[in-house]
Design a protein around this ligand. Structure first.
Ligand code: ADP
Length: 588
């Protein structure tokens, strides 16, 4: 109940009023009591002068001292303030017996006060004690017949009445003060608690994520400043949260779409987070809670060592027919830390690396064979100089010439490929008629075809649309394909060129009735230096680079090249190129 600020304020004010009133009341009542005692004492001192005492002693010296003393005292009763609450008395100094007085009831209930006892001892008893139920003064009067005690006693009724009145006034004013205090405190607490309640409501709304609410600023006092500062803080908080949210979204998107896989484990080795790339690379679902050993079976590294000692480990790992490079690193602090694994797929990189090595080995091998031949024949020519007949010499020199030619051929092809790789090749784009190019190539190859006893046929439609591209390069491709179709044909075989349009592209098809290519070799035909029958290729002057170059050139023009074959029956090579109107070059 007293937890609310409201009630606390009321309580504080009530306590304040009660304590102030209590202090003031006690002080007042004490002061009144003190004043009364003082005035009683002064009054008595004023009356009980030496002269008055002499008068009393004179009375006591008479024959009938008690009536005489009573007479004197009655004469002074006005000055002594004798009334219904204050009385005078005359006692026997030896026994303390009541002899006479203004109130005869004292005869029965007179108490021998300390002042009376003092007076009985012959001295004036005038001590007035605040807490005693009466004020009194007792004076010893000596007479020839003995000692008499003359005294005045006030039963404090007047003072008590006054104190009681004062007390009741105080109680009433305190009650009134309390009422006013309660009202005021309600009003005061309302003015304080209402803005605080509004601030609390706004804080709750902010805690629930609603930043749209703003607390109204009604005053420029401390609470007003607090409200304004709170509004500003909410604004800054909203901006900061939005920025953090934006960053988090960016990171989330990055995390979801990054090419590298990421898997985070907690300290106990269970998955905390993972991204789709990691699942794809490892080829299995990575549900939260899976353990490190389930994610990377057969990968024996000390994961606790990485986390505890902050180590970084890089390791190659094979999974799902892929080669992965995994970086293990610790993250976070002692309590919430763990291990993060970043997976990098290096399968392609490794493949490229091995094909690069294979390529270098192939190039070396291809160049070494003609060089060995050249060296062998020239050495023989040098050694046998003069001993060799002209015919043999010419034969040898022809071999040297052919091998040099072959090397030139290889180097030229390699250069073309490298230029195509680095897109440094100069393409002279123009409108090209595939029909005209194909017919020209057929004509150029006709001699070779008849030498191989192969019939060349060109069945291209007259309206074969034109394409845009580099005439020489496209011609190079067509010549290479026709040349292959003749080279890998059989006597009395045929080569047929057909063409047309298909799916918005122009196609040119070279079909032969040659030896064909085994199915398992088909996917590798466009690789550099790949040859099905190495001996036959070499014998016919092939380098194994023709189809690789053809593919690069055709793809450079935005087209495709397809090789289909039935082993032992023949092959069909189809190239497609975009129509001049419908597309243009890939690298235009
Ligand atoms: P090459 O200079 O050896 O002819 P290519 O790249 O032009 O090199 O051809 C690669 C290989 O593809 C050839 O060695 C050959 O084995 C095979 N090949 C190409 N065209 C044909 C075809 N029309 N018929 C059968 N095999 C072919």
């Amino acid at each position: 109940m007293f937890r609310s600020l409201h009630m606390k304020l009321v309580l504080v004010l009530v306590l304040l009023i009660v304590s102030v009133m209590a202090v003031v009341g006690t002080f007042l009542i004490n002061s009144v009591a003190g004043y009364n005692i003082e005035s009683f004492r002064e009054e008595m001192l004023r009356v009980f002068t030496q002269e008055f005492i002499l008068t009393l002693e004179k009375g006591a010296a008479g024959d009938d001292p008690v009536p005489a003393l009573r007479e004197v005292l009655e004469a002074y009763s006005g000055s002594l303030g004798i009334d219904q609450y204050r009385c005078f008395y005359i006692l026997d100094g030896a026994t303390g017996e009541y002899l006479a007085g203004s109130d005869d009831s004292l005869a029965q209930n007179l108490t021998l006060t300390s002042n009376i006892l003092t007076a009985m001892n012959g001295e004036v008893g005038q001590d007035v004690e605040r807490l005693s139920p009466y004020f009194d003064v007792a004076v010893p009067i000596r007479g020839p017949q003995g000692l008499y005690i003359v005294g005045v006693m006030d039963d404090k009724t007047e003072l008590n009445d006054l104190s009681w009145q004062l007390f009741s006034i105080l109680i009433r004013s305190m009650l009134f003060g309390l009422l006013v205090a309660i009202l005021l405190s309600f009003l005061l607490s309302k003015t304080i608690t209402t803005p605080v309640e509004r601030l609390t409501a706004q804080a709750s709304a902010i805690a629930a994520g609603d930043f749209s609410r703003k607390a109204e600023v009604y005053a420029s006092d401390e609470i007003g400043i607090l409200t304004q500062t709170f509004n500003e803080m909410a604004q800054v908080l909203e901006t900061t949260l939005n920025e953090i949210e934006g960053e988090r979204n960016k990171l989330n998107t990055l995390f979801l779409h990054m090419a590298d896989g990421v898997v985070a484990f907690d300290r106990s080795g269970h998955i905390l987070h993972q991204n789709p790339a990691a699942e794809k690379m490892l080829g299995k679902p990575l549900d939260s809670g899976k353990t490190y050993a389930e994610v990377f079976p057969n990968l024996h590294i000390d994961d606790s060592d990485i986390v505890e000692n902050g180590r970084y480990i890089e390791i190659d790992y094979s999974a799902n027919k892929r080669i992965l490079k995994i970086f293990f690193a610790p993250f976070g602090g002692d309590e919430d830390g763990g291990l993060i694994a970043v997976l990098h797929d290096i399968t392609e990189q490794q493949k490229m690396e091995s094909s690069r090595r294979e390529f270098v080995a192939n190039v070396s091998h291809e160049l070494r064979t003609p060089l060995t031949n050249i060296r062998g024949y020239t050495e023989t020519l040098i050694d046998a100089h003069g001993d060799i007949d002209d015919e043999t010499e010419i034969k040898f020199l022809t071999v040297v010439h052919n091998e040099a030619d072959r090397m030139t051929h290889i180097v030229k092809d390699l250069l073309t490929l490298s230029q195509l790789d680095y897109e440094r090749i100069q393409m002279n784009a123009s409108e090209v008629s595939l029909r005209a190019l194909a017919q020209g190539a057929v004509e150029a190859m006709s001699m070779e075809a008849s030498r191989q006893q192969v019939t060349l046929r060109c069945d291209l439609p007259e309206d074969l649309p034109k394409v845009t591209g580099d005439r020489e390069r496209i011609e190079q491709v067509i010549v290479n394909i026709i040349s292959n179709a003749i080279k890998y044909n059989r006597p009395h075989g045929s080569v047929t060129l057909t063409g047309g349009t298909e799916d918005g592209k122009v196609f040119l098809r070279v079909s032969d009735t040659g030896i064909g290519v085994p199915e398992e070799d088909l996917p590798r035909l466009f690789e550099r230096f790949y040859r099905v029958d190495k001996a036959r290729s070499r014998e016919r002057g092939g380098t194994g680079l023709g189809l690789a170059i053809a593919k690069e050139i055709i793809e450079y023009h935005g087209g495709t090249i397809r090789f289909e074959s039935v082993y032992g029956e023949g092959s069909v090579v189809t190239i497609t190129l975009p129509l001049t109107d419908g597309g243009g070059k890939k690298h235009a």
